[in-house]
Design a protein around this ligand. Structure first.
Ligand code: FA5
Length: 350
């Protein structure tokens, strides 16, 4: 083999071992394999050689060229790997399992009020029941003493589905199922039915500061022997004083609901304006918060309970309005706005 080829090979090997950066490596490639590189120059110089030397010399130079290209390629891979390792080592440690520092999220004010009411009623022995949002006409109306074509249906502008079902317009839609669920234990052991059932309700309302088309109610029922209006008033008073943790003015006035007899409306003095009148209370100073009454005999009968033996009360808390009063939210529409800036400022005060 020609001396020049051997020398170049040794030279390449020794230079490669001293290179530690990709930039230097590229310079080395250009200096040997580039257009004006040493190996290219050997190939160009072949024309000076005698014909019998050309073949062997050309083969050796091509081997050298291949050798140089392979070595440079291997060195490139080695340096790139090292560079990646260094970059990874320099990265800040990132633990995906650690909790987010700033945006930890918050509960919706209605969720906060709902949980608080649930805790209060649980402590008084009530169970918390979940119920569907799409219900039948029977559940929402007929089972609670509102037969088909009864004018009381006009009090709620209901969304009907094409299959005849409807979006629950009132949590009272669960009353019948709850009477049937716990009625047997009442009849067998005398265990009173004490249940609350919060849920989302839908009505085709013209929205304003205190009306939404989607809002939350939390209904409750107690049925047993000798249950009276005094029991109803006791539970309502206890619940309101626990939720607000301050004295609030309430008024009880007659109210009509086909599923209670007698029926009442429990209003609270508007906490936004202090009773002076504002858009949140339709300028009346009072907010309809908790309709209630003694369960109508027809409703008990439809639920499999004999109204001559048992009595009970039912009430409904407008959870959305309760959240407005508790947190001083002036417009009900803010609650469904999804505006995190305003909704995230409320915290559980437990
Ligand atoms: C009812 O829905 C009855 N089912 C309540 C009831 C249950 C009475 C058990 C007696 C016994 P009403 O339509 O008034 O009643 O609604 C009850 C409460 O839900 C209201 O006091 C109010 O707080 C809330 N509410 C009703 N409509 C809306 C609305 N569009 N936006 C926000 N809250 C509403």
């Amino acid at each position: 083999m020609d001396d020049r080829i051997l020398r170049l090979k040794e030279e390449i090997e020794s230079k490669l071992s001293g290179i530690s950066e990709l930039g230097e490596l590229d310079q080395l490639r250009v200096s040997y394999l580039g257009k004006k590189g040493s190996i290219t120059a050997l190939l160009k110089g072949m024309k000076e050689l005698a014909a019998e030397q050309k073949k062997a010399f050309g083969a050796d130079v091509n081997k050298l060229k291949e050798f140089a290209a392979e070595q440079i390629e291997a060195k490139t891979a080695e340096l790139k790997k090292k560079q990646t390792e260094l970059e990874i080592a320099a990265m800040p440690v990132f633990d995906i399992s650690s909790p987010a520092y700033k945006d930890t999220g918050s509960y919706h004010p209605i969720t906060l009020v709902q949980r608080q009411c649930e805790a209060i009623f649980k402590s008084m022995g009530f169970t918390v029941e979940d119920y569907a949002e799409v219900v039948t006409d029977y559940e929402c109306f007929e089972a609670v003493n509102i037969p088909k074509h009864h004018p009381a249906r006009d009090m709620q502008d209901t969304y009907y589905l094409e299959n005849g079902q409807l979006l629950k317009s009132q949590t009272s839609a669960a009353q019948n199922a709850i009477l049937r669920k716990y009625g047997p234990a009442l009849i067998k052991n005398g265990t009173p039915i004490k249940a609350i059932f919060p849920g989302r309700c839908f009505r085709n309302e013209a929205t304003d500061a205190c009306h939404e088309n989607t809002f939350f109610q939390m209904e409750g029922m107690m049925v047993g022997r000798d249950i009276s209006i005094s029991n109803l008033i006791y539970f309502m008073k206890t619940m309101l004083s626990e939720v607000f943790r301050k004295d609030i003015r309430v008024r009880l006035r007659p109210g009509f609901f086909p599923f209670v007899e007698p029926g009442f409306e429990l209003d609270i003095s508007c906490l936004i304006c202090g009773g002076a009148g504002c858009p949140s209370c339709k300028h009346s100073g009072w907010l309809e918060l908790c309709p209630c009454g003694m369960i109508h005999p027809n409703v008990l009968r439809e639920g499999g309970i004999d109204p001559d033996e048992y009595t009970g009360f039912a009430f409904d808390l407008g959870l959305t309005r309760l959240a407005m009063m508790k947190y001083g939210i002036k417009d009900i529409r803010d609650l469904n706005s999804g505006n995190l800036k305003s909704l995230s400022q409320f915290t559980d005060d437990e």
